[in-house]
Design a protein around this ligand. Structure first.
Ligand code: ATP
Ligand code: MG
Length: 156
């Protein structure tokens, strides 16, 4: 499954996060891909809000590597940007991927051999200062089905 959103401003981003929150299930993994400043952490802030948590508690885990938030699900928010391959190996990355709740990973390119088989992926592309293109996709039948059950593609 795959869907594209073009020229997304922050208001639209919030709307997408709201719908995306509804398709997540216990144990979901979400890979967040895109250049520096493309909107990954901003999306997480809205997502946490719509998962019943406090979006204001969301900060960039660039230095902390892993942030945890409470919501309807326990959320692990991971940013691998600063890490090299060896440092990623030193993390209990498989534990985070297997954990209950929701696992959100910025810079999943750094996962190397730890890329899971099944996941949602959101790719962010810079258009201009206030707009981004988003590509949301799923991998694996459980994720595909959750995607299909949701209303991400429905225009309101
Ligand atoms: P990094 O790789 O450094 O962690 P990031 O992808 O997490 O970067 P953010 O920290 O979310 O990026 O920063 C995106 C910035 O762009 C924020 O300041 C946000 O307010 C701004 N922005 C403006 N328009 C948009 C938009 N349409 N979607 C997302 N962010 C936007
Ligand atoms: Mg970020």
């Amino acid at each position: 499954m795959m869907i594209l959103f073009q020229n997304v401003d922050e208001r639209k981003l919030e709307e997408i996060a709201k719908k995306f929150a509804k398709i997540l299930f216990d144990g979901s993994i979400v890979l967040l891909k895109g250049d520096l400043g493309s909107g990954k952490t901003t999306f997480v802030r809205y997502l946490v809000e719509y998962l019943g948590g406090n979006g204001r508690k969301v900060t960039s885990p660039t230095f902390t590597i892993v942030n945890e938030y409470q919501s309807n699900f326990e959320i692990h928010h991971i940013d691998l940007f600063r890490l090299n391959e060896i440092e990623v190996e030193e993390l209990p990355i498989e534990d985070y991927l297997d954990a209950d709740g929701i696992c959100l990973i910025e810079w999943p390119e750094k996962l190397g051999d730890h890329v899971p088989e099944n996941y949602f992926k959101i790719e962010f592309e810079f258009v201009d200062e206030s707009h981004r293109n988003l590509k949301i996709s799923s991998s694996g039948s459980v994720y595909d089905q959750a995607f299909l059950r949701g209303d991400l593609s429905v225009k309101k």
